[in-house]
Design a protein around this ligand. Structure first.
Ligand code: ZN
Length: 72
């Protein structure tokens, strides 16, 4: 009976460690604080936060580097 309790305790500890590891993997420390939706530049395909993109309308966005070329 005691052996069974030790095994259950070990499984529980392992599951806690695994859960912590997977939670840490979801949020890498080096990643940007912006966790929301990213938009894609229609010219170069780079993903950037909407506040850094130029909205062309119709769901199209460009990065600041392609603002002139894609605009008019
Ligand atoms: Zn671009």
């Amino acid at each position: 009976m005691l052996r069974l309790l030790v095994i259950i305790a070990l499984i529980w500890v392992a599951s806690v460690i695994l859960r912590r590891m997977s939670a840490a993997r979801k949020r890498p420390p080096g990643k940007s604080a912006y966790g929301g939706k990213m938009v894609k530049c229609a010219e170069c395909g780079v993903f950037l936060p909407p506040q850094d993109a130029i909205d062309l309308g119709g769901g199209r966005h460009v990065c600041s580097a392609h603002r002139r070329g894609a605009g008019d």
